[in-house]
Structures are given as structure tokens and as C-alpha cells.
Design a protein. Structure first.
Length: 145
């Protein structure tokens, strides 16, 4: 088979997209991701001098209600902004199967928040996250100074 014929097969496969039925879990999670990321652009503020850039990655139970996930995201954004920080963006993924069970959960939703915050407030943020039962796991990474 020539490369041209092979390329045509790829185009044909890419052109056939599967549509999820309305109201399915995947569709609802995709809608949630779009709605969760929208308010961040409106809230963007300048970080305080001396702030560092961080990335927070967290996993919540896939069965968490949309309203609860919105409240959790709002709580984290409010904490960051109240401590002279600024949220750059917030992304929420689809529900995914976890590589191994975490707190007896096999599926989770991943969230990623890129933000600026003075370094002295990171321990307080991690304490806030660790006390929240909705978050199964989290990781805060320093991505830039």
C-alpha cells in the first residue's frame, strides 16, 4: 500500500467521530469542564511581588456532584486570591479510571490549577486541601519563580 492510500485511510477514520448520547456522564463532565474554566478569565488579577508560579493537580471522586466541584474550585480560587495570589487558569478533565484505587475509588476527575502565590502561603494551601474530604489526592508543584 502506498503512503497516499494510507493517509486517506487515516483521514477517513478521523472524520468519523462518535457522538455521546445527551445526558451521558462523559457529556456532563465535558460541560462541567467548560463551565468551570470560564470564570477564571474574568477573575484574573496581578500577582503580588515576590509570588511564585505553581501548579496544583488534584483528583476528586468521579461521583462528585457538579455543584460540589464548582464550590471546591471557588474555594481554592478564593483562598489563592485572598492571600495575594492570582489564578492563571483552571482545567477539569473527564472522569477517568484511576491506575489504582484511591480511598476505595476506582474513577476520578482530575483538576489542574495554574496560579501565582507568595511562597509563605503554600503550606496553608496544602493544609486546606488535605482537610477537604472531597479531594482524594493532590500535588503542588513549583513551575517558575
Amino acid at each position: 500500500m502506498t503512503e497516499e492510500g494510507h493517509g486517506e485511510e487515516i483521514v477517513e477514520k478521523q472524520g468519523t467521530e462518535q457522538q455521546e448520547p445527551e445526558g451521558s456522564v462523559v457529556t456532563e463532565v465535558q460541560d462541567l469542564a467548560e463551565e468551570t474554566t470560564a470564570p477564571v478569565a474574568e477573575r484574573k488579577a496581578e500577582p503580588a511581588p515576590g509570588s511564585c508560579r505553581y501548579e496544583l493537580i488534584f483528583v476528586v471522586d468521579a461521583g462528585l456532584l457538579k455543584e460540589d466541584l464548582d464550590r471546591l474550585a471557588e474555594k481554592l480560587q478564593n483562598f489563592i486570591e485572598a492571600h495575594s495570589g492570582a489564578v492563571q487558569n483552571l482545567r477539569v478533565s473527564d472522569a477517568r479510571r484511576l491506575a489504582y484505587p484511591i480511598k476505595k475509588r476506582t474513577h476520578g476527575i482530575y483538576g489542574v490549577i495554574n496560579f501565582w502565590l507568595p511562597p509563605e502561603h503554600i503550606k496553608e494551601l496544602e493544609r486546606l486541601i488535605s482537610l477537604d474530604d472531597r479531594i482524594l489526592r493532590h500535588l503542588v508543584l513549583l513551575t517558575g519563580e
